[in-house]
Design a protein around this ligand. Structure first.
Ligand SMILES: C[S@@+](CC[C@H](N)C(=O)[O-])C[C@H]1O[C@@H](n2cnc3c(N)ncnc32)[C@H](O)[C@@H]1O
Length: 231
């Protein structure tokens, strides 16, 4: 095998597996009819955020918004901020587009693709006020843990895209992922921990409760919530 064959065959480790998922007819329609209004192509081109939103405002970037309920709620309640939500699960994207329209939210744009690639290729350095990562896939099996999105390269990328003093907000309901997050954050000097709390759903830091959080709580999980500041 030549070097270029090896390079081609080397697969990127991603934090998700694309699942087909069941798409409802209304989600399918939303992907077709609402995408031109709220969707932004994940085509690798650098985004000019003030042109995209037609104004200058703090921009919040949410990774893996699931069905988007919490994202739409946040955008609706914080009209002074701009929001970009990233997801790969198409039914969730369809649902988010429907909710965006229903709540007449105008400060939210949606992207379909790998958040790592979008951050790297399409988001300019020091352009984000905040990155939200709520209940990332926990990949609990040892052999899958390399898929966890919170790794040093992710933190380096996130830090470079945040403005100085910008916020990285992470929440999880998996104890072993929480330990991993504490360890990985302490390996780099990129972020300072502004707040950390462990709770049972009653004490979420400055965010709305998400679908996966409710699912975790029903299973008796605890929640870990951190707010890190770009050093
Ligand atoms: C466990 S779910 C949590 C969804 C939502 N944040 C919540 O709390 O209800 C994690 C989501 O992240 C998405 N995801 C994982 N890795 C991603 C990536 N690199 N880029 C975009 N989305 C990703 C998955 O498709 C999945 O919908």
């Amino acid at each position: 095998m030549t070097m270029s064959d090896q390079t081609r065959r080397k697969r990127t480790v991603r934090s998700f597996v694309r699942r087909a998922g069941r798409m409802t007819a209304s989600q399918q329609r939303a992907l077709e009819s609402l995408w031109p209004e709220y969707g932004v192509e994940a085509d690798g081109s650098l985004l000019d955020l003030s042109t995209l939103f037609g104004r200058e405002a703090d921009c919040v970037f949410e990774i893996g918004f699931g069905n988007g309920d919490t994202l739409v709620q946040s955008a609706s309640e914080n009209p002074e901020k701009n929001y970009i939500g990233i997801e790969v699960h198409e039914p969730g994207i369809g649902h988010c587009l429907i909710m965006t329209r229903e709540h007449t939210v105008t400060n939210l744009r949606v992207m379909a693709g790998d958040a790592m690639e979008i951050l790297r290729d399409q988001i300019a350095e020091t352009s984000l006020a905040r990155i939200n990562l709520y209940f990332p896939d926990p990949w609990p099996k040892k052999r899958h843990q390399k898929r966890r999105i919170v790794q040093v390269p992710f933190l380096e990328l996130a830090a470079s895209r945040l403005q100085p003093g910008g916020t990285l907000h992470i929440a999880t309901d998996w104890e072993n992922y929480a330990e991993h997050i504490d360890e990985t954050l302490s390996e780099t000097m990129l972020f300072e921990e502004d707040e950390r709390c462990e709770h049972s759903g009653e004490q979420a830091l400055d965010r709305f409760t998400t679908k996966f959080e409710r699912r975790g709580l029903k299973r008796g999980h605890r929640i870990w919530d951190w707010r890190f500041r770009r050093a």
